[in-house]
Design a protein around this ligand. Structure first.
Ligand code: MEV
Length: 423
């Protein structure tokens, strides 16, 4: 996005679809073809879908929206989100808006190093075998390097190796772990290829039998973090106390922590889906990391600064890419990356972590003060109005009447629409 432009597009939600697309196209310098993709109600051709998965029948649509107001590392960012749940885009935009005054989010991401595991069984003395493998680290690394050559050409490649004995229900096994810098890819294919390539050598060295050769989604070497300050003048002292109480609840109680982290993932997953990333991998990694200390915890932390402002932080593994796989195949994913204006996987991870934090802050603020149902109900009423056939100004009218009557049902929406049209 042009740095001179701002992501704080006021009243964006009130614009027509066409106007929104025009604004985004201009702000993000989208090509005409990309604007056309946004305009299309079926941007993915069946022929492509049919090659992506087995037994394809058609397409599954999801709303593709943009969250506004984000500043990440000093850069104005518009954030594409693909999600079916109402309020998520609005909450992210709101969380980001309320920290603009303190320059938004300061984020960072580690080098994109993926870890993969080779499981070796049928070894009489697993501890001894693991020790011997570690002693032969340089030989193993040398033999592994050719399998990671594709990445080395782009500045990535093999970064590490270690082996350990693992006691299991079926006896002790050896687990050999490889680290590969996958640059701007998510990296699953790369690392799995490396593991399958080197596995026979490990069998040869240990006399054991190779079973699994697969990445771990607990991408612990690929952490992303983001931090923001919400000024007390911007959100009020009561909201700060509310967010701190809500966070303390999540830290102390797994039932709350689960929902707290679900809210974070509402934002992160929506960006993952919009950009064609593997959101199940991101989810699995996030929750495993949340439980990695032996207790399932919140992925965010909050504290009150000496001047009374609220500081929030998030940290989680984010194995996401900007190249390869579905990212290349899905037309909307390409447009999403252009809207974001990110080139590298690390830049994308920085934005995603910031979206997770914004989402969490907005949810905690709403939950601990006015509750979230009012906002949810408004959107629900609008959805019912649309389903009943309302269009344009009718939508607001039908939804507004149902909100007044506190009766938002499909049949009531139809009745009201009928009445309005009769007049
Ligand atoms: C709903 O999808 C997400 C929330 O439940 C998150 C939270 O409780 O923190 C609102």
């Amino acid at each position: 996005m042009d740095v001179k432009k701002t992501s704080a597009i006021s009243g964006f939600y009130k614009l027509s679809r066409q106007e929104r697309i025009e604004k985004i196209s201009k702000a993000c310098a989208l090509e005409k073809e990309q604007a056309k993709i946004l305009q299309s109600d079926s941007p993915l051709e069946f022929g492509i879908a049919d090659r992506m998965v087995e037994n394809a029948l058609g397409m599954h649509g999801l709303p593709f929206a943009v969250a506004t107001n984000f500043i990440v590392n000093g850069r104005e960012v518009l954030v594409p989100m693909a999600i079916e749940e109402p309020s998520v885009v609005a909450a992210a935009s709101n969380g980001a808006k309320l920290c603009r005054e303190s320059n938004g989010f300061e984020a960072g991401a580690d080098e994109p190093v993926m870890v993969g595991q080779v499981q070796l069984v049928d070894i009489a003395d697993a501890k001894k075998a693991a020790k011997e493998l570690n002693a032969k680290k340089s030989e193993i690394m040398k033999d592994t390097e050719p399998f990671a050559e594709g990445m080395a050409r782009y500045g990535g490649g093999l970064r590490g190796f270690s082996a350990r004995a693992l006691p299991t229900q079926r006896g002790e096994m050896v687990i050999a772990e490889f680290e590969v810098d996958v640059r701007d890819a998510m990296g699953a294919n790369t690392i799995n290829t490396v593991l399958e390539g080197i596995a026979p050598k490990l069998e040869e060295l240990t006399g054991g039998k190779v079973r699994l050769r697969i990445l771990t989604n607990l991408a612990i070497k690929r952490m992303a973090r983001s931090k923001a300050i919400w000024k007390k003048e911007a959100i009020g002292a009561e909201a700060i106390e509310g967010v701190l109480d809500a966070w303390a609840f999540a830290e102390a109680d797994v039932f709350r922590a689960c929902t707290h982290n679900k809210g974070i993932m509402n934002g992160i997953d929506a960006v993952a889906v919009a950009t064609g990333n593997d959101w199940r991998a991101v989810e699995a990694g996030a929750h495993a990391f949340a439980a990695a200390g032996g207790k399932y915890r919140s992925l965010t932390r909050y504290r009150k600064l000496p001047n009374g402002d609220l500081e929030g932080e998030i940290e989680l593994p984010l194995a996401v890419g900007t190249i390869g796989g579905a990212i290349k195949t899905l037309p909307t994913a390409q447009v999403a990356l252009s809207i974001l204006g990110v080139k590298t996987a690390r830049e994308l991870a920085c934005v995603m972590a910031s979206v997770g934090l914004a989402q969490n802050f907005a949810a905690l603020k709403a939950l601990s003060t006015e509750g979230i149902q009012r906002g949810h109900m408004e959107l629900h009423a609008k959805n019912l109005a649309i389903s009943a056939g309302a269009s344009g100004a009718e939508i607001e009218k039908v939804a507004g009447r149902m909100a007044e009557e506190r009766n938002a049902t499909a049949s009531r929406a139809e009745e009201i629409l009928h009445e309005i049209r009769k007049k």
